[in-house]
Design a protein around this ligand. Structure first.
Ligand code: ADP
Length: 158
């Protein structure tokens, strides 16, 4: 059984992330979306909120599950018997970063990384930028799944 983990901050999930999840779910028998505890960014949504929002957005995909990962991704993968990491690439900056992480994960545990190119329509979507747009009342409903757009609107209305 081919099991892949798609790790990320998902703060929040965007159409770009969702597209990677959908495409990975065709390539692998099972895809685990792993919501990471990010030590460098202050998140807008809690881990529990992210999990609930992602589960709702991927509800139609039978072979996708969502989980929290607090330690090293490779340790989480051992526990889940996953041998592949999936990540998305939008541009050369993503590539430089992913190349180093992939090399480290291979060295640590022989884990293989599969990089999927962002679709052209998603190339400029970033969680960070769309949060700024939503914060000041801009429309983000073409960039994120409907439930995420609603959650963003509610969060910034408070
Ligand atoms: P991280 O903080 O781990 O980079 P992100 O949630 O920002 O977490 O991204 C998770 C993964 O999704 C990364 O591989 C990133 O390159 C990819 N990604 C982010 N936005 C997009 C997008 N618009 N299209 C395709 N992949 C994306």
């Amino acid at each position: 059984m081919l099991i892949a983990v798609f790790p990320g901050s998902f703060d929040p999930l965007t159409n770009g992330h969702l597209d990677i999840i959908e495409r990975a779910s065709v390539l692998f028998d099972k895809v685990i979306v792993a919501v990471g505890v990010n030590t460098t960014k202050t998140p807008l949504f809690t881990d529990e909120e992210k999990i609930a929002l992602i589960e709702e957005a991927v509800g139609n995909l039978d072979n996708v599950e969502v989980s929290i990962v607090s330690g090293l991704t490779v340790d989480f993968m051992k526990e889940k018997k996953a041998r592949y990491i999936v990540r998305g690439l939008r541009n050369s900056t993503d590539f430089e970063y992913e190349r180093d992480i992939a090399a480290m994960n291979y060295r640590l545990d022989g884990v293989e990384t599969v990089l999927l190119l962002a679709r052209p329509e998603n190339q400029n979507i970033s969680s960070t930028v769309l949060k700024e747009v939503a914060r000041f009342g801009g429309q983000v409903n073409k960039l994120v799944p409907a439930n995420i757009a609603k959650a963003l609107e509610e969060r910034f209305r408070q």
